[in-house]
Design a protein around this ligand. Structure first.
Ligand SMILES: Cc1cc2nc3c(=O)[nH]c(=O)nc-3n(C[C@H](O)[C@H](O)[C@H](O)COP(=O)(O)OP(=O)(O)OC[C@H]3O[C@@H](n4cnc5c(N)ncnc54)[C@H](O)[C@@H]3O)c2cc1C
Length: 398
């Protein structure tokens, strides 16, 4: 499908697609099997000058992002990575979304310091909120952090889970709460002024990664571990933005369609795999195969059209419309991608779920990744917005 990007952005996309196809896709099965962070992929992105897409040009980056009027190219880069490896795309999104937050909320001094380290040294970022408060059966631990204000900084104590890139990133933006455990995603209703964003240097010895918690069906290479903070001191110079800014200014809405770009990448990879599989098996004369391939192609095309629509709203500065349209796209693309993968599996048959098979990994990764937000709550939020009720466009809390 033609994307109608500028020649400069076409070139960017060609470069990342070539890396994804030639280097990242062949590594993905090993990272998945061994649940290893994709270090080599990030090193290749750094060496190609592609690791700082959402850093402004004046700081040495590519200047892409929702509030930079150039977001479609960014999402298409993410989709290219997701085609090769959905776990890689999640780690990349975590990094890129953190850069968007720094660009939007950090001080000039913080940007100068942190952006230089990304551009010159290839440092990686991620943002961690996950502190689910209700225990899953068998869980003996209760997750969550406490934050104490001390002289010239904060002490963070406790744990977070779903800490993507736990062994790969150098920096994490901790979304924490002085009112008690829950971070921001799982915070109890109350004042937003207790919600903070703190940049944590992950080389601090008081930050300990626990990989024993992580044994999921898919997205294994995201190494989204349990991380423990043992009274970790964070200087106040590392506070990002003002208290409550994340929710008050709706920053999560910048990232919701970005997840959908990854779902689209997974669907496209399944589609291309299925065509090659079916043609090589000479099954393309079967009417059911024709039917399923046609359905898949329309799902992929519809997802593209939605993302292009949402990107267009961001790029034209129609932010309020873009924010709600992003959630509509997120919901639709989750289902379009899931259906696309199902069509491909049904057309290809049982052997497509036997390793080594790209479809097998995509099926596992996508099933897990789309749980990143609860689809029922997303749709309820869209309904509330139509019916004039209060709604949470960030974490869709009921
Ligand atoms: C691969 C992966 C990587 C991730 N990486 C990161 C990351 O790097 N940083 C980060 O911050 N987060 C990350 N997350 C976010 C993470 O989505 C959440 O922390 C996690 O999904 C919450 O776990 P849960 O769904 O088991 O629990 P819950 O949040 O408890 O949700 C379970 C279900 O309970 C219901 N529910 C939720 N809240 C309520 C409520 N108040 N009342 C009634 N019902 C409710 C919903 O139906 C929901 O589906 C990642 C998620 C995945 C899957």
């Amino acid at each position: 499908m033609r994307l109608d990007l500028s020649p400069e952005h076409e070139d960017l996309l060609d470069r990342i697609e070539a890396l994804a196809r030639d280097k990242f896709a062949p590594r993905a099965a090993y990272y998945d099997r061994t649940a290893t962070f994709p270090f080599e992929d990030f090193q290749d992105l750094f060496e190609a000058g592609l690791n700082a897409p959402a850093i402004p040009v004046e700081y040495g980056g590519l200047g892409l992002g929702p509030y930079r009027g150039k977001v479609h190219t960014l999402w298409m880069m993410t989709r290219a990575l997701a085609k090769a490896d959905l776990s890689l795309a999640r780690c990349w999104e975590g990094h890129v979304n953190s850069l968007v937050l720094l660009d939007g909320m950090a001080t000039e001094g913080q940007k100068a310091l942190w952006f230089e380290r990304v551009v010159q040294r290839g440092e990686k970022w991620v943002a961690w909120s996950g502190e689910p408060q209700s225990r899953a059966p068998g869980e003996t631990l209760r997750f969550g952090t406490t934050v104490e204000k001390v002289d010239a900084g904060f002490i963070v104590d406790g744990s977070k889970v779903f800490a993507t890139s736990a062994q790969g990133a150098q920096w994490a933006i901790l979304l924490v709460n002085t009112a008690g455990p829950g971070g921001i995603r799982h915070a109890a209703p109350g004042s937003l002024d207790t919600q903070l964003m703190l940049a944590c240097d992950l080389s601090d010895p008081t930050v300990k990664v626990d990989d024993s918690w992580w044994d999921p069906i898919g997205m294994r290479a995201t190494v989204s571990y349990l991380v423990r903070f043992h009274r970790t001191f964070i200087p106040e110079t590392h506070q990002i933005g003002y208290p409550g800014q994340y929710i008050k200014e709706g920053w999560q809405t910048c990232f919701i369609p970005h997840y959908a770009a990854s779902f689209l990448g997974a669907a496209e990879a399944a589609y291309e795999y299925a065509i090659e599989y079916l043609v090589s098996q000479k099954k393309s004369g079967d009417p059911y195969v024709q039917h399923r391939i046609a359905e898949t192609s329309m799902n992929v095309e519809t997802a593209h059209l939605w993302l292009r629509h949402v990107a267009g709203l961001w790029e034209k500065g129609r932010y309020e419309e873009a924010q709600i349209a992003g959630s509509r796209a997120r919901h639709l693309i989750e289902h379009l991608a899931e259906d696309a993968v199902q069509h491909c599996i049904r057309a290809c048959g049982a052997r497509s779920l036997n390793r080594p098979s790209l479809l097998e990994r995509i099926y596992r990764d996508l099933s897990f990744y789309i749980r990143h937000d609860n689809d029922d709550h997303i749709v309820a939020m869209i309904g509330k917005s139509i019916l004039g009720q209060d709604y949470d466009p960030s974490f869709y809390k009921p």
